[in-house]
Design a protein around this ligand. Sequence first.
Ligand code: SF4
Length: 69
Amino acid sequence: MTMTATCRIKVDMGKCSGLGLCEAEAPDHFEIGDDGQLTVLSFDVSERDRADVEQAVRACPTQAISIEE
Ligand code: SF4
């Protein structure tokens, strides 16, 4: 299976407060564990997921997420 990544996710873990708003917007990419730790499931973002990830960037209250072209 080939997937063309259009951009990559960057997370500043020092800023992340584990609230999980990113998971609500883009669950294919972000997951909050029971311990409140964020795991990025996939850093590469496909064209199809891009809008969801952009929503997650906007939803993050601490500006911990950014997108790298
Ligand atoms: S929305 Fe931001 S602060 Fe909250 S878990 Fe996601 S990256 Fe961390």
